[in-house]
Design a protein around this ligand. Structure first.
Ligand code: XMP
Length: 507
């Protein structure tokens, strides 16, 4: 396995995903929390960072046990760090070094650049530049603007690059990572979905034995794949609970429940719509709505779990991005923008041990693991949907009528995305019911009705997102259909904000 030390770069997770795509397992750890089993890692990658090695906020990793002993690849900040503190020199660069560049020199006979030729495009993103290589440094590659674009340290398996091999625009980035990880560090490429399923199912069998496990299904990809893995391992000892909080999409509860039953899962559908909607009545603050839903969910889930005799474990579909401890620009934990952390799970009073079979996987890996278990492609391809559901897409206070309106609007939008072949091109989509009425005219009548916004974004992880350029004709047809079909709506708008500065959800 490979250790990635994070210095807070926005690209750190991308490095990990690229490594995993080569079927090599890797873990991300903060630069100042090198894991105690560091010896079991075959190679180490140092990430980039928003910080400068010349400023006040230098991030100093303790590399004594690693450097020279394990193959190391230092990217961007990592490369500057090695240079600056080991006899080289880093200075502010005169020209901005952002965006694409081409390697116009590559040293001959280096495994590191195997199958990569001069002219190869790389992606730069830095404002400091390496003026002088560190002691023992040998130049491996240059671009027109950046002489020291890549170097190695003679006599050590240490390599450093100023550009970002993990981004798509570095066209030979994958080859470079492969050269380093496979040829130089001798990593095995055995991290495949099938191997993961086999290994995980065996581990779960040993860990859980004859114990009973309860799992909350949400209809989403993560909990569904977690359920399938557990089902393979312990069969009927897995008790799944699928709660209808009354804030799901139109027909979702019955459709998804049927699908789960078809997969052979031991699943109980609990319709608690009234309990949720009653608890939410009169509440309009987004955080209060979220907390109310969280609390009622725990109550409902707890009641149901208590019905299962002798249950010992709680299974959760937590995935890797939820547990990565990342380094923010200030070196501290990042600010909580919205209270939607899945980590931590349910409160102590449930007194169950927690099992999280997907804790090491990225979302795309969860999908691949699901596919390798022959799970339905439509289930695996579902857009993410927030736990509080439509509650945070109905701005302000909730009523049953508003939920009905939004379910209808959302259904038209999503059905149209599917029939136009756009659903899989969009990362997440949904409709938002705005707390304003506006004047319209239908027939000869003046109307004063609700306005809805449609939102469709592309993203890889929800951290950043951009609105999707949906065809005008699609928007036109969808808008028409919504206003004609859904009573109570007379205006449709399309949200063209990116995240940041907006967020994906409106609350
Ligand atoms: P934002 O609105 O923060 O959303 O840009 C990013 C992603 O997170 C989802 N989201 C939630 N998921 N509980 C959840 O389980 C929540 O309270 C919640 N709020 C936002 C959102 O749908 C998007 O995918």
């Amino acid at each position: 396995k490979v250790l990635i030390l994070d210095f807070g770069s926005q690209y750190t997770q991308l490095i990990a995903r690229r490594v995993r795509e080569l079927n090599i397992y890797c873990e991300i750890h903060p630069y100042n929390k090198i894991p105690s089993d560091a010896d079991s890692f075959k190679a180490v990658v140092l990430s980039g960072s928003p910080n400068s090695v010349r400023g006040e906020a230098v991030l100093h990793p303790k590399l004594d046990d690693i450097r020279g002993k394990k193959p190391m690849l230092a990217v961007c900040y990592g490369a500057q760090y090695l240079a600056h503190f080991s006899g080289g020199e880093v200075a502010e660069s005169n020209t901005r070094e952002y965006g694409r560049a081409n390697l116009n020199f590559i040293a001959e006979g280096e495994d590191f650049f195997k199958n990569i030729s001069e002219g190869s495009q790389v992606w730069m993103s830095h404002s400091d530049t390496i003026k002088k290589l560190p002691t023992g440094g040998k130049l491996l590659a240059s671009t027109a603007d950046v002489e020291n674009a890549a170097y190695k340290i003679e006599g050590e398996p240490t390599y450093a690059i100023q550009f970002h091999p993990e981004v798509y625009h570095s066209t030979d980035g994958r080859q470079l990572l492969e050269n380093f990880l496979v040829d130089i560090a001798d990593c095995e490429q055995d991290w495949t979905p099938n191997a993961f399923v086999e290994e995980t199912v065996e581990d779960l069998k040993v860990k859980l034995g004859n114990d009973k496990v309860v799992l909350g299904l949400s209809g989403g990809v993560d909990s569904s794949v977690a359920a399938m893995l557990l089902h393979k391992a312990i069969g009927k000892n897995l008790y799944c609970i699928f709660v209808n909080n009354g804030l799901l999409r139109k027909n979702e509860f019955t459709d998804v429940l049927k699908q789960y039953e078809g997969m052979g899962l031991n699943v109980k559908g609990v319709d608690a719509s009234a309990r949720f909607l009653d608890a939410l009545a009169g509440k309009s603050d987004p955080e209060e709505k979220r907390k109310t839903i969280g609390r009622v969910f725990i109550e409902v889930f707890d009641d149901e779990a208590n019905e299962i005799k002798d249950v010992k474990w709680l299974a959760q579909g937590t995935i890797y991005p939820d547990v990565i401890e990342s380094v923010s620009a200030t070196g501290g934990p990042s600010a909580t923008i919205k209270s939607h952390h899945n980590v931590g799970g349910l409160p102590d009073f449930m007194k169950l041990k927690v099992v999280e079979p997907l804790k090491a996987l990225f979302k795309d890996e969860v999908r691949r693991v699901g596919a390798s278990m022959d799970m339905d492609a439509q289930l695996l391809g579902r857009h993410p949907f927030p736990g509080p559901g439509l509650a945070i897409r109905i701005l302000g206070d909730l009523t049953r009528e508003k939920v009905r309106i939004l379910q209808e609007v959302d259904a038209v939008f999503i059905d149209n995305l599917r029939s136009w072949g756009l659903y899989d091109k969009v990362w997440q989509a949904g409709a938002i019911l705005l707390p304003v009425n506006s004047v319209g005219v239908m027939g000869d009548e003046r109307t004063y009705e609700k306005c809805v916004a449609l939102r469709a974004v592309e993203s890889t992880d929800g951290m950043t997102a951009d609105w999707v350029n949906l065809p005008y004709e699609f928007l036109q047809k969808t808008s028409n259909e919504i206003i004609n079909k859904v009573k109570g709506v007379n205006r449709v708008v399309y949200d063209i904000s990116s995240k940041p500065p907006a967020t994906i959800e409106w609350e």
